[in-house]
Design a binder for this molecule. Structure first.
Ligand code: FES
Ligand code: FES
Length: 175
């Protein structure tokens, strides 16, 4: 016979701040942040790819810095600002980096794009004038099994333009 769970066996709630909103989750401290975001908070922007910190599909921002949420215990996010793809914009009002990836139709299956977008977002936040070479360097450990790297680089460069304050209309006109 298995022992019955008791109230004391429930993990203590962890307090998080995700996309600017305070929330709490009752999960084991070592649970991967990715699973908490997807399973408990219904934020499905970050994707499960390798689960080993190697592909980038699960990337989120922690205090504005790109991090791989599949290998980050949720407890490590307590007291920090977590930003997911959903925190950058909405379908009706996408953020500049999201808009750039839409404009360039950079997706094939789209599975890698969360990681691409979040990585570019993090780079542009700390280095708004990032060069193409710096973009390439930043994205080199984000894997795309569909091989849409050319479109992804075009989107990254366009994201830089939009992020630097050019209006979406100006960018579309190629101004
Ligand atoms: S799923 Fe996290 S790096 Fe691959
Ligand atoms: S578009 Fe399919 S993995 Fe990148």
């Amino acid at each position: 016979m298995h022992p019955q769970p008791t109230a004391s066996s429930q993990p203590a709630p962890l307090h998080l701040r995700v996309n600017g909103t305070a929330c709490q989750v009752a999960v084991a401290a070592q649970t991967a942040l990715l699973h908490v975001l997807r399973n408990d908070l219904e934020l499905n922007g970050p994707k499960y790819g390798c689960g080993l910190g190697e592909c980038g599909a699960c990337t989120v921002l922690i205090d504005g810095v790109a991090a791989r949420s599949c290998v980050m215990p949720v407890a490590a996010a307590v007291g920090r600002q977590v930003t997911t793809l959903e925190g950058l914009g909405t379908p009706e009002s996408p953020g500049p980096v999201q808009q750039a990836f839409i404009d360039c139709q950079a997706a094939q299956c789209g599975y890698c794009l969360n990681g691409m977008i979040m990585t570019v977002e993090a780079l542009l936040r700390r280095h708004p004038h990032a060069t193409e070479q710096e973009m390439r360097s930043e994205l080199q450990h984000n894997l795309c099994r569909c091989g849409t790297h050319v479109e992804i680089m075009q989107a990254a460069l366009r994201a830089g333009e939009l992020h630097r304050g050019r209006t979406i209309e100006q960018a579309r006109a190629g101004a």
